[in-house]
Design a protein around this ligand. Structure first.
Ligand SMILES: Nc1nc2c(ncn2[C@@H]2O[C@H](COP(=O)(O)OP(=O)(O)OP(=O)(O)O)[C@@H](O)[C@H]2O)c(=O)[nH]1
Ligand SMILES: [Mg+2]
Length: 1107
């Protein structure tokens, strides 16, 4: 039973007290699969909206742009009450967006939950984002249940017969389970990609042969009656979605119905007089009912016998009948009869209504109400808020790269607080804030009631004091009386008003009106002001308004402050220098009700709530605790990389507002990055075009309240080098007579030698093998760990020893150095470093003899110490330890300048010579470096750090320029599902923008195609709009950053070979696309370009004859 709104409000507080009956869950799916429509039905069950509007109003999409575009752009929470039998539950439901641009919003939702409802549109099946969210649920260790949605479309749109409908649904279910299996294999069995592919193939073959076996099994004469079937043959892992286990609901959120197998098992057990357990196991699957000889039996092998499975004969046919009666036959008498059979009483006005869909909705919703079906599955199958395991607590408290036991003892003990989930006063308070969101003040229920003291009420500045107001009121009353002739009649003179008095009266009246108007405007402005609310979950303890708490930033590390803590608290003085810990006071605590917030007196452990008053101390996410020994929660897993950057501009007088607005935007959006460039421009980096639009709208309308201009997108590039090409742009060999102008390099390797006052340097640049670049790019985080910690702690062979000796999380206490090595890094990280080294070694060895020993020669990674470029040390006289080895001081004069040299390398790789964009896939090999001889004049003063930095930076840059340079473009992977009618148009749009199709498959059982393509980010502006327009809104692309790709056009190319000259002519009018990109970037950065502004510089002359 679902309880009403009033009940819910009064019960909420009582419900919060029992964390065993709290379920925190989010709804996740691919875009448009029906999450918000499903949420509508659940919200309607609590009376927040009417059932008639459920599935249509999309209540959780509260923003104007969400309603206009029809997509969800943020995750939002609603607390619902549900009761099953005597048990009462509090369900905190978070609706998340499906569009890839907002996948960071999904991450913020997942972190606060213990379970998730995965929604799959049965027409589209498993799509790209479905896989992403399943993976995310898996990674965050949260339990999923499945809703197969939009079954009405199979009936009304594709018009499948009930049996085909069943097979189609079964196929979609198998797709989902196959992906779950894949996740299981990769994660648990630690399979590599190839092994996985092999396994998948085997799995496919197995399924294939299974099908053949089941078909042959069910050949005539091989039928088994149900009693022969082994009832214990159940899948004991709860990894998969199986209808008989009850973790799958079949639904149509639009028509408001849904059911699980158990619902029908209950119904038919009574009707058919059969065992409920047996029915539950056979309602889904290859079973049919036989009533030969008057006895009803359930038999296996429906497919082979060409019988309708139970799911069809007992369930789907009934559903089809309802649809047929309402939508096709349109016979009211029959409808009434059918409603009677289903046990539904329809009001007369509904039966007579001509709106067939709402008639259908009403009937189906009363027959198979969606909300209880879902909520029952949720309370039965999703873990309660009190069931956090020790492992999960550990994962939340300690990132994968760190050892849990490296945390201070006191911090480790807090693990128990997660498990206990206690709300006692003495339990430590642990709250995680996953994002900050803005809410207009009018949406706070305590702000609605006038006269009540809310947030910042004192901010309303009334321009008139109370006394003044009283005086004016008295005066006005007197004037009114005078005007109406109510004053004492004895003095007849007083009845006559002089013109001055009338004017004075009028002036006062106008003043009063103006005051009132001003007050009204101020009030409205106040009501529309944004208040930042922290979206949070209490994991332990109890939180109350007014409470003082520690707000711990994502980089807070209790190890660093543990020595300062004497009595469990830190004083304000101690906190002065620590930017990661703040003391803040909680202002208000709110129950989240979708669009509104209801104030609470306290929030107990296990609940998801909104908190005000912390926004000054939190940027995007934070840990809130009563103790500073609490480590910061591990960072959220982000699935998309923000890539689209634009500069935002405003009028000079509005700049302070823009700055303040950007600060709020940065706080309130989990994904956007805001930065101030050296040039003074404010740049925001967003996940995609839709996200960008939302950020700009927010900035203009909510946070800055000023018009802002947005520059053209600033698309990032990378600079690289390749081996000298052997063919020209027409695929003709560059040799012999084909070359018109010959520029021969003296040194085929392109070595650069510099002999300056600060020494001699001999180096060259080479293009890294592709596999090495890929490895470096993929393991950025690990490289960061190596650069920051390895130099002093990690030692090549030593790691190996420790990893072999200590192959688990619990460390074996070792000698001092082992202890030190283990101090921070988990053995998983150490193992990962080892593996990376081995992989790099293998990749180098495969690339040729030239790279034989490269892995041991690595000096540094760049830029930022973790990029995809390498510096190799091949200096005979300077055998410095490689990056993998423990840095021990070596006796060489060069050692003193080692870091300076590295700085030069970092600077060179951070901005290449083409257009000052970072380099990628470049290896600098230092073959010789020596300092000047002692007698040199510089020695007198010593060599300065700056000199070494510029020596290394400039020389490396020169070495880069000596090679064949290329630009690398960022590529989007673009997933589009379209119907076959518009596939051609979609190819057109993609083709125009240099897109490349990678795969295209028709979705089984439908006419829609799933196409995957690569599209350069630089060509993607307005792509979604153009595609939508040219396919009449059929195709919506999902663009996610995928990889970097070399643009195979030499930026310095001009027609050179005979063939090229013949093809392009001397001036190559069609232009050089790489050069165009480079010039655009250089212009934006204010760098020189070699474009000619004036082509023909002739003296101007006037054409007028008279002059
Ligand atoms: N026919 C049919 N349409 C549905 C059903 N559920 C949702 N829809 C439609 O599908 C479209 C998308 O529904 P939403 O609920 O906004 O989907 P969503 O998953 O929340 O979308 P995003 O939040 O943008 O990812 C809307 O036009 C709905 O009316 C259903 O069961 N049947
Ligand atoms: Mg939605």
């Amino acid at each position: 039973m679902v309880v009403g709104q009033q009940d819910k409000k009064s019960n909420a507080y009582a419900l919060m007290k029992n964390p065993h009956n709290i379920r925190n869950l989010c709804i996740m799916a691919h875009v448009d699969h029906g999450k918000t429509s499903l949420a509508d039905n659940l919200v309607a069950s609590n009376g927040l909206i009417s059932q008639r509007l459920a599935g249509r109003i999309r209540y959780m999409d509260s923003r104007k742009d969400e309603a206009e575009r029809g997509i969800t752009m943020k995750s939002s929470c609603v607390s619902l009450a549900y009761s099953k039998g005597d048990e009462k539950y509090l369900i905190n439901l978070i609706d998340s967006p499906g569009h890839v641009d907002f996948s960071s919003e999904v991450s913020t939702a997942v972190r606060l939950c213990d379970g998730t409802i995965i929604v799959v549109d049965v027409i589209e099946g498993v799509c790209a984002q479905t896989k992403v969210v399943l993976q995310q649920a898996w990674k965050e260790n949260i339990q999923p249940v499945l809703v197969l949605n939009k079954i009405d479309r199979l009936i009304l749109e594709t018009k499948l017969s009930p049996i085909d409908c069943y097979y189609h649904i079964a196929q979609v279910l198998e797709q989902v389970n196959a992906y779950m299996g894949e996740l299981f294999n990769t994660a648990v069995l630690g399979k590599t990609a190839e092994e996985l592919e092999k396994r998948k193939k085997e799995e496919r073959e197995r399924r294939h042969s299974d099908r053949r076996v089941s078909e042959s099994e069910t050949a005539p004469g091989t039928n088994q009656i149900f009693s022969d079937w082994d009832i214990d043959e159940v899948d004991d892992s709860d990894l998969y979605f199986t209808p008989e286990q009850g973790n799958v609901v079949f639904a149509s959120a639009y028509d408001g119905w849904g059911f699980s197998i158990a619902h029908f098992a209950d119904q038919f057990a009574n009707k058919l007089g059969m065992n409920r357990v047996v029915l539950n196991k056979t309602l889904w699957g290859d079973y049919y009912i036989s009533s030969k000889g008057g006895e009803k039996k359930i038999l296996r092998g429906a497919r082979g016998k060409r019988k309708n499975p139970l799911f069809v004969s007992l369930i789907l046919e009934n559903v089809y009948k309802v649809y047929d009666t309402v939508m096709n036959k349109k016979d009211n008498a029959e409808l009434e009869k059918l409603a009677g059979c289903l046990g539904v009483k329809l009001p007369v006005h509904i039966i007579k209504s001509t709106d067939l869909r709402s008639k259908l909705n009403m009937l189906c919703n009363k027959w198979l109400p969606l909300a209880p079906a879902i909520l029952e599955m949720v309370v039965d199958h999703l873990p309660s808020a009190a069931s956090i395991s020790k492992e999960r607590a550990m994962k939340l408290m300690c990132s994968a790269t760190q050892r849990f036991d490296s945390l201070p003892e006191k911090s480790q003990q807090l693990q128990n607080a997660f498990v206990n989930c206690s709300s006692e006063e003495n339990a430590p308070l642990i709250v995680y804030v996953s994002k900050i969101f803005g809410v207009q003040r009018k949406n706070f229920q305590d702000e609605k009631s006038e006269g009540k003291q809310g947030f910042h009420v004192q901010n309303i500045k009334s321009s008139i004091s109370e006394e003044e107001m009283a005086k004016r009121r008295e005066e006005a009353r007197r004037m009114k009386e005078v005007a109406a002739g109510l004053t004492d009649g004895n003095d007849s003179k007083e009845k006559e008003l002089s013109p001055e008095e009338v004017a004075e009266y009028e002036r006062q009246r106008q003043e009063r009106l103006a005051d009132k108007e001003r007050e009204r405007e101020e009030k409205q402005k106040f009501q529309e002001e944004e208040v930042l609310v922290a979206f949070a979950r209490v994991y332990s303890g109890i939180l109350k308004p007014g409470q003082k708490v520690y707000v711990l930033g994502p980089k807070h590390d209790p190890r660093k402050i543990i020595d300062m803590i004497d009595n469990g608290e830190l004083t304000e003085d101690q906190l002065k220098d620590n930017v990661h810990i703040h003391v803040a006071q909680v202002k208000g605590i709110y129950l989240l009700l979708g669009r509104e917030l209801e104030p609470l007196e306290c929030a107990t452990s296990g609940t998801v709530i909104g908190i005000t008053g912390l926004d000054d101390h939190i940027i995007k996410s934070a840990t809130v605790s009563s103790t500073p020994v609490m480590p910061a929660f591990t960072e959220l897993t982000q699935n998309s990389t923000p890539i689209l950057r634009v500069a935002v501009l405003a009028n000079v007088k509005d700049l302070p507002k823009l700055r303040a607005g950007l600060k709020l935007l940065n706080q309130a959006d989990p994904c956007v990055q805001v930065s101030l460039q050296k040039s003074g421009e404010y740049v925001i980096v967003t996940a995609g075009e839709v996200h960008l639009q939302r950020c700009i709208d927010d900035l203009q309308e909510r946070y800055a309240h000023i018009p802002v201009q947005v520059s053209d997108p600033i698309v990032p590039f990378r600079e690289t080098i390749i081996e000298k090409p052997k063919v020209d742009r027409l695929n003709e060999a560059i040799e012999g007579e084909n070359i018109n102008t010959k520029v021969e390099d003296e040194d085929p390797l392109g070595r650069v030698e510099i002999n300056s006052s600060v020494g001699r340097l001999l180096c060259r640049a080479a293009s890294l093998p592709e596999s090495v670049t890929k490895l470096l790019d993929q393991h950025r985080d690990l490289l960061h760990v190596i650069t920051n910690k390895a130099g002093s702690v990690v030692a090549g062979e030593e790691i190996r020893e420790i990893v072999t000796a200590n192959n688990g999380l619990e460390g074996k206490p070792g000698d001092d150095s082992t202890q030190k090595l283990q101090e921070n890094l988990s053995s998983i990280t150490l193992k990962a470093i080892c593996e990376l080294r081995d992989q790099l070694d293998k990749a180098f060895k495969e690339a040729g003899s030239e790279w034989e020993n490269a892995v041991n020669e690595i000096w540094s990674f760049g830029p930022d110490g973790c990029g995809p470029n390498l510096l190799l040390n091949r200096i005979e006289a300077y055998k410095r330890p490689s990056i993998w080895d423990k840095a021990t001081a070596i006796d060489s004069p060069l050692a003193a300048y080692d870091t300076n040299f590295l700085t030069g390398f970092q600077l060179a790789t951070a901005a290449g010579p083409l257009c000052e964009e970072p380099m990628m896939g470049v290896c600098f090999i230092i073959e010789d470096w020596s300092l000047p001889q002692k007698e040199s004049s510089t020695k007198q003063y010593g060599i300065s750090a700056g000199q070494v930095i510029s020596l290394s930076k400039d020389t490396l840059r020169k070495a880069f320029e000596k090679q064949s340079q290329r630009l690398m473009c960022a590529m989007y992977s673009c997933v589009i599902s379209v119907t076959s009618e518009v596939v051609g148009k979609m190819y057109n749009v993609l083709g125009k923008r240099q897109g490349r199709i990678v795969s295209g498959d028709i979705t089984e059982g439908s006419t829609s195609w799933n196409v995957t393509a690569y599209l350069p980010v630089v060509e993607s502006m307005n792509f979604a709009n153009e595609l939508r327009k040219s396919t009449s809104g059929e195709a919506i692309p999902q663009l996610v950053f995928s990889h970097w790709e070399v643009l195979d056009v030499d930026p310095a190319w001009e027609p050179q070979t005979t063939e090229e000259l013949a093809h392009w002519g001397e001036k190559s009018d069609s232009g050089n696309i790489a050069k165009n990109y480079i010039n655009a970037v250089r212009k934006r950065k204010g760098l020189a370009t070699d474009e000619k502004i004036i082509e023909f510089a002739e003296k101007q002359r006037t054409l007028s004859k008279n002059k």
